[in-house]
Write a new protein. Structure first.
Lengths: 854, 488
């Protein structure tokens, strides 16, 4: 089947691309693959896999013993310190063959494992005999240190373009120049109404309201591009912007509201971190600062409650409160931090180097453990299986709180002493109203009390204290009142601090040395390492900042290194992520992997220009970056290319148009709530619990108690406020491709499967919104059928219906009303007309156009 | 190009889809085209996007089994009371265990060695020893391959269930069923490829983490199937909507979506077309999935054989019969849980292991035997792999002195395989004389996974999924081996 063959090629391309030039053969095609050079086996297809598998560890891109690299035919011919590895046409004198054939164990290659198999040797021999042909256009992968993403970010000049009037900003120039070089025109600009809806969904995850559509139409009549620019600024100022974009960030930092595993306990107050992200984005906190706060908010010179809440980042991961291996548990928690940090901020897959040096990247176990040392001083506040929260505040606030608590203790101790002293006197007093037996017991010195007396004392303590209190003499009463006032004054002067959910470097706690674990085994510690970043990026260890006294300073040192303008990765990685959210795919199509195995950027100069501009001109402002991208002509192109690009650029790597892309589940659900009129805009605070069908609860250990849905009004808040339980993800979110809740998720999967249709067509949520939407249409558009259809389309799709759509809907309504009227009326059911409109609303909410905006 | 019911439509090269749609005629209002799209679905192609093309095609070799059933005895059945006879325990009765293995789970009291009260007898021509808990299963003794030397890495249910299902003690990794769906795709697009049926008392500890797709697309995860009523979530037409209206509403949706797609600017976007097709498939599934759980056409004798008329066996019997019906319809992997919730509602016999096992064995023995008998009669035996066992075993010691409970034991426990590609009538490996620790031919959970994959035509060293910078495998990075003695 032809499409399948094509698919295979497409997959090849994707994978080859991902290998970052490692195996990149320019101009690969099916015919090239099947064509075998007459002069022996194809190096790439037949020889290289053998060399890669058996020789690659010592003679590959990452390591070159004897200065010999065998991962490209040209390098094999070039050879190492002993000269060329092959003599073309002469296998018997080719060092490569001589060494693998050697019977001398000292000589034979590879030195470890079995010798090469006869079939493998035959291929090597045939290739050499055939002339050791270097494949046409062979591209040799650069040495790791020369890898593009590790190079300093420089700002290239925007390239010249022929259609000089097309670019609105430098982004457009970079895109257009490449298109022009390939002779492709950019797509036309999308219709203003489509762009309005696109901008709303993109920035806020919500569709434009009717009044906003009307206002825009009026402004756009004279100058649509300028009117759109104004809308961008307006939307960036809304809370809804942060609510939309915080979710993208939560994907990266493996956010969830529970720990997973057997108890899958809720993470107390973790939602404060989610709110922190929303507020930070809304405040347009510079990105480097945003990163510093999450990694080291407690160590910053201007640490505050806010920056301490930000360090909740460290505690978002899964946590088994009954770990299988207690010794390994601590390293598993550190692993979660190293993995998430390296992938989310650096776009590097350092987690793979836990047990052995990374197979495909210049990352060693030493690099891995050096980064665990950054987080090693952190401790999880817990009482056994129960997690504790801690007061969150600035160092001064925390110090004041500690001082207050010491003073409160002192005052309480004194009050206790005053009361005790009076009671001791009172029991000697005949007016003491205790029964004689009890009084006798009290008057007996404690060591001499009998068992019965001890019991009497215990039983009468409460009544004695009450009686004593009634009998307090004035000086006693006065002193106690003073002490109580003192406590009140303390509490007023220094109120309690709100708690938060984060890890802590306990003051004064010793920090164990960090050792490399051999094969990742916690019982096999190896060399000691100090906190450092991967050596390929910076060979110097991290140095404790001078201004740090309370903590180890390791995270602050790391955060400062990470966010320094010289770091080649931080800015590239984030601008690529923002590009991906706006355009569907990134300039680097492996957003979580900028290493050797990642794909190189489609537009390296544009990526660098953006990264440099972001740090140096925009000051790390994400809002400025959004504005730059959304005001570009590139972003405003239509979904449809101007010419057929299906053969020249099937994957749209040149950006000749902006392809269709399904909305994420949050934007789908929130849009439906907005359309039905039920959206509860209440921001922030504890999460809400959407309905989970009882059927989905049955599979849980504690099916009766595991989930209690919130009120409908609460559930109608935006989806970012939904409780994400690792062991029980709300089915609607799960089926519509919510990200993995355990690991950093650089990209949402987009799948199209029938369970999504079942959920959206039959599920409770959409059918409830359909009823609300039908009622809204009746309420807001009156009895006129056309007016209702018109309103439905404008609410859901931001456009008016076309005549063919109106007639299809009318026909359905007529038929549905007629057949419903013919059926026996069910008690309590609404009228046939109302029911028919509910069905119309249900269909509108399921339209492709709703989830695939133009 | 795959809007299949349970297999994801991944975004592949745009060119592919466009070419296909062009060949198919461009326009998109006709149901014929929807059908065409459906039939053209190749789930392997969808899966392939995360596989490197340098890897061999799937399956790696001719599979012995096309489908598998995992009879998950949730909570951990005791090996010395089921398939691992230890007469020496009679001699050691009341004595303390003095071996080097850590006894039991976190902080529970350690008692004395306790022999099984259940009589072991030799069955079949092979003389395989099976305890009196399973008189019905014992009829198939010559088909069972018991592994007496299983071992795992954890004493806790959560991590134990995770390990048995996904090979890891951590959440976030794809389960065995997800790997099979990913590796082998669907036989029947109208039903899920990976079905899970839990116990009415509740799910296993860790719930959905046990049938998760981890970092793979959600479409590979296990689908919960109810054995009565509406089997799938949101399968039923919503209240107040008649079947007729359901069809009409879907027709209207198709009409409007068709108009949308007929715009030349969109006609080539097959992901939008695939979404249309997914609604038709969902509609068709309403009948195909409903039909599976409708046992109305099964004979009275069949219902009796599965024990559906007996209160004790009714639930598991129903699930086993539905399992047979799912297998007949080509469902790839079915996992049935016996026991749910906590402690004695599962095989987790901390308090009274003996009565616990009497109950749970009685609930499952007859239905499992009925399933095996039917598979043989229907000619499905040679295509189906059966796997029986829990997340670990139990201690040969009692939990607390003179108490009838047994604690968790992960050092050695028993499981059995049967069916396609399995050499029955044998017991592999051995525990020590107490039944504590696997000492002969130890089989790690990941070795079992390697063996299951092998029987399904997959090489555990080659079946991989690229994630987080690594080609991930079900069996992890440590070297694991197929237990060749299992193979017929």
């Amino acid at each position: 089947m032809l499409p399948l063959a094509d698919k295979t090629i497409a997959n090849w391309r994707g994978w080859l691309g991902r290998s970052g030039g490692w195996l990149l053969v320019v101009g690969l095609s099916l015919s090239a693959l099947s064509a075998r050079a007459a002069a022996g086996p194809d190096f790439t297809r037949e020889v290289r896999p053998i060399l890669e598998k058996r020789c690659g560890t010592c003679h590959g891109r990452l390591q070159q013993k004897g200065k010999l690299r065998l991962d490209a035919a040209s390098l094999v011919r070039q050879g190492g310190k002993h000269g060329p590895a092959v003599e073309p046409g002469q296998p018997s004198v080719s060092r490569l063959l001589v060494r693998v054939l050697s019977t001398d164990n000292e000589e034979r290659m590879p030195p470890e494992g079995a010798p090469l198999e006869a079939g493998q040797i035959a291929i090597l021999r045939a290739w050499i005999e055939g002339g050791a042909v270097v494949p046409e256009k062979e591209v040799v992968a650069p040495a790791p240190a020369e890898h593009w993403s590790f190079q300093p970010i420089r700002r290239p000049a925007a390239p010249p373009v022929r259609a000089a009037s097309w670019p609105r900003n430098p982004v457009d120039a970079f895109i257009l120049a490449r298109l022009e070089a390939r002779g492709l025109p950019p797509a036309a600009e999308a219709a203003p109404a489509s762009l309005l809806r696109r901008i709303y969904l993109d920035l806020t995850g919500l569709p434009p309201a009717i009044a906003e559509q009307d206002a825009f139409a009026a402004e756009a009549a004279t100058n649509a591009p300028a009117a759109l620019d104004v809308v961008i600024d307006r939307l960036l100022a809304r809370t809804a912007y942060g609510e939309r974009w915080a979710r993208h960030w939560l994907d990266l930092v493996r956010y969830a509201d529970s720990n997973g595993y057997e108890r899958d306990a809720a993470k107390p107050l973790v939602w404060q971190y989610r709110d922190y992200v929303i507020r930070s984005l809304n405040a347009d906190k510079p990105y480097p600062r945003f990163v510093q706060e999450q990694l080291a908010g407690d160590e910053l010179p201007d640490a505050s409650r806010e920056t301490v809440i930000a360090t909740g980042f460290h505690r978002l991961g899964h946590w088994d409160d009954e770990p299988a291996d207690v010794d390994a548990d601590r390293f598993d928690q550190l692993d979660d931090l190293v993995r998430t940090t390296s992938e989310a901020f650096l776009g590097l897959t350092l987690g793979c180097a836990r047990c052995h040096d990374h197979k495909f990247e210049p990352l060693s176990t030493r690099d891995y453990y050096a980064l665990t040392a950054v987080f090693a001083p952190l401790r999880r506040p817990q009482d056994g299986r129960t997690e504790r929260t801690l007061p969150a505040g600035s160092p001064a606030e925390l110090a004041a709180l500690a001082a207050r608590d010491r003073e409160l203790t002192r005052l309480e101790d004194e009050a206790r002493a005053v009361r005790a002293k009076f009671r001791d006197e009172y029991i000697q007093d005949d007016r003491c109203p205790l029964p004689a037996e009890s009084l006798k017991a009290w008057r007996t010195p404690p060591p001499q009390r009998s068992e019965a007396q001890k019991k009497q004392v215990a039983e009468s303590t409460k009544s004695l204290d009450e009686a004593a209190e009634r009998a307090w003499l004035e000086p006693v009463r006065q002193r106690l009142a003073e002490l109580e006032q003192g406590k009140q004054a303390q509490r007023t002067a220094v109120p309690d601090l709100l708690h938060g959910y984060f890890l802590q470097e306990p003051p004064g706690a010793p920090i164990p040395a960090t050792q490399v674990l051999v094969r990742g085994n916690p019982h096999r510690p190896g060399d000691t390492v100090v906190a450092a970043v991967p050596a390929i990026l910076d060979a110097k260890p991290l140095v404790k900042p001078d201004d740090i006294t309370r903590t180890s300073g390791r995270r602050l040192a790391f955060a400062r290194w990470l966010t320094a303008p010289e770091n080649p990765l931080l800015a590239r990685v984030i601008v690529n992520r923002v590009w991906q959210q706006h355009f569907g795919t990134g300039l680097v199509r492996t957003p979580g992997d900028f290493g050797l195995m990642g794909e190189p950027p489609t537009h390296p100069e544009l990526l660098d220009w953006l990264a440099h501009w972001f740090i140096h001109d925009a000051g790390g402002s994400l809002k400025k970056l959004h504005r730059l991208l959304l005001t570009s002509r590139t972003w405003r192109m239509a979904r449809q290319p101007a010419v057929d690009v299906s053969t020249v650029d099937p994957e749209n790597r040149l950006w000749s148009h902006v392809p269709y892309r399904r909305l994420e589940v949050e934007a789908i659900r929130d849009s439906m709530l907005a359309v039905s009129g039920q959206l509860n805009p209440q921001p922030f605070g504890p999460p809400m619990f959407p309905d989970i069908p009882s059927q989905a609860l049955e599979a849980n250990t504690d099916k009766a108690s595991i989930w209690t849905a919130s009120s409908e009004a609460e559930q109608s808040r935006r989806t970012i406020y939904a409780f994400i339980k690792r062991g029980l993800v709300v089915p609607m979110l799960e089926v519509l491709d919510l990200c993995d809740t355990v690991q950093s998720a650089p990209r949402r999967q987009i799948t199209t499967v029938a369970p999504q249709a079942l959920t959206l067509f039959n599920g409770t949520f959409v059918n409830t919104q359909a009823r609300h939407l039908a009622a809204r249409l009746r309420r807001e558009a009156g009895v006129d059928v056309i007016a209702r259809i018109d309103l439905a389309y404008r609410l859901a799709l931001g456009r008016r219906p076309r005549p063919a759509e109106v007639s299809a809907l009318q026909e359905f309504l007529n038929r549905e009303r007629a057949s419903r009227s013919a059926e026996p009326t069910v008690a309590g059911a609404s009228s046939p007309d109302e029911q028919a409109w509910v069905q119309v609303a249900r269909v509108v909410l399921n339209l492709n156009e709703l989830v695939y905006p133009d | 190009m795959n809007p299949n019911r349970f297999s994801p439509h991944r975004t592949l090269g745009a060119r592919t889809r466009r070419d296909f749609l062009a060949q198919a005629g461009g326009g998109f209002a006709s149901l014929a085209l929807v059908d065409l799209l459906t039939r053209s679905g190749v789930s392997l192609a969808a899966a392939a996007s995360a596989r490197s093309p340098a890897l061999p095609p799937l399956p790696h070799f001719r599979p012995k089994a096309k489908r598998a059933v995992f009879l998950f005895m949730n909570g951990g059945p005791s090996q010395v009371d089921t398939f691992d006879p230890k007469p020496a325990l009679v001699r050691w009765q009341g004595k303390a265990y003095t071996g080097d293995a850590k006894v039991g789970s976190n902080g529970r009291p350690v008692g004395r060695l306790m022999p099984s009260p259940f009589e072991f007898q030799r069955h079949g021509q092979s003389g395989l020893e099976i305890s009196s808990l399973f008189p019905h299963t014992a009829r198939f003794a010559d088909d069972l391959c018991v592994i007496r030397s299983m071992h795992s890495d954890t004493a806790a249910h959560a991590s134990g269930c995770l390990q048995m299902n996904s090979g890891r003690v951590f959440i976030g990794h794809p389960s065995l069923g997800a790997w099979l769906s990913y590796g082998l795709g669907l036989e029947n697009e109208n039903l899920p490829g990976f079905v899970v049926m839990t116990d009415p008392r509740g799910g296993p500890i860790g719930s959905a983490s046990n049938w998760s797709a981890g970092y793979m697309p959600a479409a590979y995860q296990g689908t919960l199937f109810r054995s009565a009523g509406s089997p799938l979530l949101d399968l039923a037409t919503p209240p107040g909507t008649t079947d007729r209206t359901q069809r009409h509403a879907l027709d209207l949706l198709n009409e409007l979506n068709g108009q949308h797609l007929s715009d030349p600017a969109r006609a080539q976007h097959s992901e939008i077309a695939a979404r249309m097709a997914s609604y038709e498939l969902a509609y068709r599934m309403q009948s195909s999935a409903g039909e599976v759980v409708d046992l109305g056409r099964e004979s009275a004798a069949t219902l009796e054989r599965y024990g559906i008329n007996d209160r004790v066996t009714a639930d598991f019997g129903r699930k086993c019969l539905i399992t047979r019906r799912l297998l007949e319809r080509g469902v790839r992997f079915i996992q049935l849980y016996s026991g749910g919730g906590h402690i004695e509602d599962t095989w987790d016999g901390h308090n009274d292991c003996l009565n616990n096992h009497r109950l749970h064995a009685a609930e499952t023995d007859r239905p499992i035997a009925a399933l095996m008998g039917d598979l043989k009669q229907l000619g499905l035996w040679d295509e189906t792999l059966l796997i029986w066992g829990g997340e670990f075993g139990r201690t040969p010691t009692s939990e607390g002195v003179d108490k009838p409970g047994r604690d968790h034991n992960w050092h050695g426990f028993s499981m059995w395989l049967a069916g396609a590609g399995v050499r029955g009538g044998q017991a592999i490996g051995a525990t020590d004389e107490f039944g504590f620790k696997a000492v002969e031919q130890p089989v790690h959970v990941s070795d079992l996974h390697a063996t299951i994959l092998h029987l399904m035509g997959l090489d555990h060293r080659l079946l991989s999924y690229f994630n987080g910078g690594l080609d991930q495998r079900l069996t992890g990075v440590v070297e694991r081996n197929v237990v060749t003695q299992v193979l017929a």
